[in-house]
Ligand binder design. Structure first.
Ligand SMILES: Nc1ncnc2c1ncn2[C@@H]1O[C@H](COP(=O)(O)OP(=O)(O)OP(=O)(O)O)[C@@H](O)[C@H]1O
Length: 422
């Protein structure tokens, strides 16, 4: 069966041309040099009364099924109960002995098990969240654990996410957030989407990945106008091209140990790739962390243009025959529970040397529901006082509300930086 899919993909790949290395890409103007370390957020609270696993069941290989070489659910539980250093993850906080006993034999129709959801958090006890959904149905089967984690992470008391509402893009009340062009280097808005008929990375087979890639590429090839572009599979792409596209902030890589432990890089690079239009303002990541990530980005601070382009792309792709996983009260479903709901992260890369050096920087961001990251993605450091500032909330509000929250946050950040003399 795989041979058939491989042949199909090989044919498809023969028809695509690999991109030239972009030595003068959009992000080349980003400042270089070492900078301050970003404070990474965790929403933790370490339990003081965590009970230990049932030691009689440790090494119960029956739970491993066919996934040989992976720790069993009891081995994972044991690791979580005896972390090498203090553990503050949401997994640790919410997976009690009672819940573990209740869920340890549960299985979704995609074959997802508890161990698929908790592996990363048990292997990496320094995780902030520590839980991934094995597949869309995990949000039902493992709801006692996942709901608690979701409520805690997103700071909501009820899971009643509203229906999608992108607002009227012809009547947006914002444009360029930094008309002077002095502070904002670039703006990016992304959403994640999952095919509703496939599981998430831990339960996917190589054949699934190839099949999903094919379906996705067929839909992407229908895009028109500004969104029209070309798909570049990772398989066959030179290391130099991958490196350059990653450094230019366009492409993903396989360097996140949390995602790796969750199975996010299984069968790498098969089934993965990137689609982009000619001027690289609309991109789609295929089979990175999520089945699909739609990304709109450009240099400067024009949030209106970036958001409008993304909304048009979402509507076009929703009408192209793809069917995305959603659940009442949770919105769009993603591999990581931190992303579901709107799945929207709108960010600017912004030069804020004064504000970021202030001891109140994190509190300032928290108050505005915005988050600061380093400029090479989550868990990276800031470079030259440039930070990635984005909306923190993705669940419990609409897309247009999330964008407005980010806009207000960025405007406040700019005002504060100027007040401090920046
Ligand atoms: N405003 C921006 N301008 C240019 N590049 C950006 C911007 N925001 C994010 N990026 C780039 O996008 C890439 C992915 O970043 P990152 O992994 O933090 O976010 P993400 O794609 O939203 O996913 P996740 O939140 O799941 O990690 C990185 O190369 C990062 O530098």
């Amino acid at each position: 069966m795989y041979a058939i899919y491989s042949r199909q993909i090989d044919r498809q790949r023969q028809n695509t041309e690999l991109p030239e290395v972009q030595t003068s890409g959009d992000a080349d103007d980003l400042p270089g040099g070492e900078g301050d370390r970003v404070t990474i957020e965790t929403n933790s609270g370490c339990p003081t009364t965590e009970t230990h696993g049932d030691e009689d069941n440790v090494n119960d290989d029956a739970d491993c099924g066919q996934r040989t070489g992976l720790s069993s659910v009891d081995q994972l539980w044991d690791k979580l109960c005896h972390p090498p250093t203090e553990c503050h993850s949401l997994l640790k906080k919410h997976l009690t002995q009672i819940l573990f006993d209740q869920l340890r034999h549960a299985q979704t129709k995609f074959g997802g098990k508890l161990e698929d959801c908790i592996r990363s958090g048990c292997e990496n006890t320094d995780s902030g969240v520590g839980v991934y959904a094995s597949d869309p149905e995990a949000y039902t089967t493992f709801a006692p654990l996942l709901d608690a984690v979701i409520k805690d992470y997103h700071k909501v008391s009820e899971l009643n996410h509203p229906q999608p509402d992108f607002g009227d893009v012809d009547k947006l009340d914002f444009g360029d957030l930094d008309p002077s062009g002095n502070l904002i280097v670039s703006t990016r808005v992304r959403v994640g989407r999952s095919h509703d008929s496939y599981g998430f990375p831990p339960v996917l087979t190589l054949e699934d990945r190839v099949e999903m890639e094919k379906k996705t590429v067929e839909a992407l090839q229908k895009l028109e106008g500004e969104l029209k572009g070309t798909y570049y599979p990772l398989t066959g792409m030179t290391k130099e091209t991958q490196k350059q596209l990653t450094e230019d902030h366009f492409l993903f890589n396989d360097s996140d140990r949390f995602l790796r432990a969750a199975g996010g890089y299984n069968d790498w690079p098969t089934g993965r790739g990137i689609f982009f239009n000619d001027n690289k303002t609309f991109l789609v990541w295929v089979n990175e962390e999520d089945h699909l990530r739609f990304i709109s980005m450009q240099k400067g601070g024009n949030l209106q243009e970036v958001y409008t382009r993304l909304v048009k792309a979402i509507k076009a792709l929703e009408g192209s025959g793809l069917s995305f996983a959603k659940r009442e009260g949770l919105g769009y479903l993603t591999f990581c529970p931190s992303n579901l709901g709107t799945t929207l992260r709108a960010s600017v890369h912004i030069k804020i040397p004064k504000l970021s050096a202030s001891p109140d920087f994190k509190a300032f961001c928290d108050k505005l529901n915005i988050q600061a990251r380093g400029i090479h993605g989550e868990h990276t450091e800031s470079v030259g006082g440039v930070y990635d500032i984005s909306n923190k909330r993705r669940l419990g509000l609409t897309e247009i509300q999330a964008i407005q929250e980010m806009r207000r946050g960025v405007e406040a950040v700019i005002a504060e930086e100027k007040k401090l003399g920046g």
